[in-house]
Each structure stands twice: as structure tokens, then as C-alpha cells.
Design a protein around this ligand. Structure first.
Ligand SMILES: NC(=O)C1=CN([C@@H]2O[C@H](COP(=O)(O)OP(=O)(O)OC[C@H]3O[C@@H](n4cnc5c(N)ncnc54)[C@H](O)[C@@H]3O)[C@@H](O)[C@H]2O)C=CC1
Ligand SMILES: O=C1[C@@H](O)[C@H](O)[C@@H](O)[C@H](O)[C@H]1O
Length: 337
């Protein structure tokens, strides 16, 4: 059986997911696409040499009888509306991060999914599918470095556009760490503080860059995450876990080591699309397989909610400069692991 996909949002990741669903993965085909920029969507499909119906309104994609499952890859503030509509239509939906702009928005999705009675939502948190993060988690769960005590992490983008603002460092960027560090440590956040070092001259009036986010978890692990979205030199994701008996570090992406012009070096990536290219393939293949089988098992609406509870506290901490509590409600049985 071929799962017929409808994609809402044909920008950078939308196009990349359309490409992988049609040309790389098994068992699915994109049959409908929508974008508020209809001409842009048509041109993208032409470049990709893919034939699909093009709509202006995402709800037309969701309600099309030709579409079995939905990918939401439009701008962050549109995710909640389209995910709720997909649930109302009873169709499995893969929604890119963040699931919604606030914990309240995510909670509405959680409530709608529970009311529907069966999981329909997978959130686009791809890092738990990344081979490097999986290897790091295995080292921790096998007890090789003892109990984790501290994590030092960094999320650096080469540059961002003028429309990227201070709050987006949390909702759009740190949201990946908010999910993956919970998954890695099997722990929940207890409190958070955000501090602003000296700003880079490469930023603008509405973006404080870099930022350092400091967490304490329920087990007492201390985590620092540097978010630096105009770091200039490349796209760089770092995660070091300090345990009682040793230190484990996320592997670097493989790169040829070169000796040239009296220098020794490795090229660095510059684009997020390349850094997790295999993880995106694996997460979407899992969604396709699970949606076809009728039971989803990837990052859930509850995981999206948990990340957004922490994101809300980070926003509060950005404003107050104080240590803010992260209060996570108990997980409903519906989302039992
Ligand atoms: N998992 C990951 O690593 C990544 C996730 N993302 C997420 O994917 C989403 C899209 O990001 P990008 O592709 O980088 O942005 P983009 O700006 O390149 O593309 C977004 C597209 O959505 C369209 N759009 C906006 N509102 C719409 C609506 N109501 N209906 C239909 N189309 C609409 C825009 O016209 C644009 O073509 C964002 O939510 C972002 O957070 C983006 C990059 C990486
Ligand atoms: O999700 C992503 C982008 O939307 C976001 O803007 C970047 O900061 C992240 O590194 C990338 O993975």
C-alpha cells in the first residue's frame, strides 16, 4: 500500500521532506501540497520533478479524499491549527517542531488526540533518531560513565534572518534540546534561568544573541545550553555529558581530515539540512510505516507539550532574569511508554 501524503508548507524543510518521501523513502507518495505562496509551491514541485495537486489553503489538503496523512511544514504559528484540523479529520499528522507556540496550544492538541482515542500525531523531533544521539544515550543507559551529573551543550547556527527574534531562540531553536535532553537523561526539567552574554555585533535590535540557558532537572542534573544563531563559522551541535565515572560526547559528523597549506583541519557543516539528513529520513520512514500500520510510536503530542512547558518557562526566564520553575503535569496513561 502507498500512503498518500499531503504537505502544508513548501519552504525549505517542506521541499526537503517532499524530496525524501518521493525519492528516498519507501511506502509513500506526496499527492497534494499547499502553500500561501502557491506559485512558489508549483515551482518547487517542478524543480523536484514531482506531480501533485497544489492548493492555497492547508485545510483543502487535510480534507482532500485523496490524502491519507499530513505533513505540517509551514511556519511555527500555523502548526496548532493544522494539527487540530488533521485530528478532526481523523488523519495521522507529522507536525514539524514546535507542535504549538505555547504549552496551552500543545495541550489543546493533546486533549483533542485523547478525545479521538488513538494516537494521530508525531512531532518532528528528529534528534532521537540520530545515530550519534542514540549512541550517546546507549553509553549513558549502559552505565558506562556512571550517573550523569552535568551536560554542556551548544546549538549554533551560522546566521539567521532579520525576522528571527529573541523568543525564537527558544521556540524555534532550543526546542530541539528541550526535547532531546529530556529523552537523553530520562528526566524532566525543574527550573531554568536564561543569561545574556555580550551580544555579537552580527545581531540586530530584536535579537539577543548569544543566550545561555541553564537548567536543573528533577534528579539534580545541571545543564547549560548555549544558543548562538549568528555564530558565523558554521552549523554546530554539541552535547557533552559529564558522569560520575567519565565523560561522553556527541560524535562530530564524519568529515575528511585534510593537511593542506601548512594546516590540519576538517570541514564543518553550515546547513541544518545536512547535519541531521539521515535522522530526517529515519523519522519520516517511521511515520510512514506507523501511519500505514495504524499506530504511531514516534515523538508524541505529549513530548511536544513537555518541550513547550519548558519553553514557556524559558520565555519567562528571558524576561525576568530569575530562576523560573518548570512545572510539568503528570503524563496521562494514553501516552504511557
Ligand atoms: N526539524 C528541523 O530540524 C527543522 C524544522 N523546521 C520547522 O519547519 C517549519 C518550516 O520551516 P522552514 O521550511 O525553514 O521555513 P520556510 O519559511 O522556508 O518555509 C515555510 C513555508 O510555509 C509556508 N506557509 C506559511 N504559512 C502557511 C500556511 N498558513 N499555509 C500554507 N503554507 C504556509 C510559507 O509560505 C513557506 O513557503 C518551521 O515550523 C520550522 O520550525 C525547519 C527547519 C528544520
Ligand atoms: O529546526 C531548525 C530551524 O528551524 C531552526 O531555525 C534552527 O535553529 C535549527 O538548528 C534547525 O534544526
Amino acid at each position: 500500500m502507498t500512503l498518500k501524503l499531503g504537505v502544508i508548507g513548501a519552504g525549505a524543510i517542506g521541499q526537503d521532506h517532499i524530496r525524501r518521501c518521493n525519492n528516498v523513502l519507501q511506502g509513500a507518495k506526496v499527492v497534494a501540497v499547499s502553500d500561501i505562496n502557491v506559485e512558489g509551491a508549483r515551482a518547487a514541485l517542478q524543480r523536484l520533478n514531482i506531480e501533485a495537486e497544489v492548493y492555497q489553503d492547508g485545510h483543502q489538503v487535510i480534507n482532500s479524499p485523496d490524502v491519507d496523512a499530513i505533513l505540517v511544514t509551514s511556519w511555527d504559528p500555523t502548526h496548532e491549527e493544522f494539527t487540530l484540523a488533521a485530528i478532526a479529520a481523523g488523519k495521522p499528522v507529522f507536525c514539524e517542531k514546535p507542535l504549538a507556540m505555547s504549552a496551552d496550544g500543545c495541550r489543546r492538541i493533546v486533549d483533542a488526540e485523547i478525545k479521538h482515542g488513538k494516537r494521530l500525531v508525531q512531532v518532528g523531533f528528529m534528534r532521537p533518531y540520530d545515530a550519534g544521539y542514540r549512541a550517546l544515550k546507549k553509553v549513558i543507559t549502559d552505565g558506562e560513565i556512571g550517573e550523569p551529573l552535568m551536560l554542556h551543550c551548544a546549538h549554533r547556527n551560522q546566521s539567521v534572518g532579520e525576522n528571527y527574534t529573541t523568543d525564537m531562540a527558544i521556540t524555534n531553536t532550543l526546542i530541539h534540546e528541550l526535547d532531546v535532553l529530556r529523552w537523553l537523561t530520562e528526566d524532566d526539567y525543574k527550573s531554568v534561568q536564561v543569561v545574556f552574554p555580550r551580544s555579537t555585533s552580527k545581531t540586530h535590535a530584536k535579537l539577543k544573541d548569544p543566550q545561555i540557558v541553564l537548567f536543573e532537572t528533577q534528579k539534580g542534573i545541571r545543564i547549560d545550553v548555549e544558543i548562538f544563531v549568528n555564530c558565523a563559522y558554521g552549523y554546530d551541535i554539541q552535547c557533552e555529558v559529564v558522569g560520575e565515572e567519565g565523560i561522553a560526547k556527541l560524535p562530530e559528523p564524519s568529515a575528511i581530515q585534510m593537511r593542506k597549506n601548512a594546516r590540519l583541519g576538517n570541514a564543518l557543516l553550515t546547513d541544518w539540512k545536512d547535519r541531521f539528513i539521515e535522522a530526517y529520513d529515519v523519522e519520516l520512514q517511521a511515520f510512514i510505516n506507523d501511519a500505514t500500520a495504524g499506530t504511531l510510536s514516534g515523538p508524541s503530542a505529549w513530548d511536544g507539550f513537555a518541550a513547550s512547558v519548558a519553553a514557556d518557562a524559558c520565555h519567562k526566564a528571558q524576561e525576568s532574569g530569575a530562576i523560573e520553575a518548570v512545572t510539568m503535569p503528570a503524563r496521562p496513561d494514553f501516552y504511557a511508554k
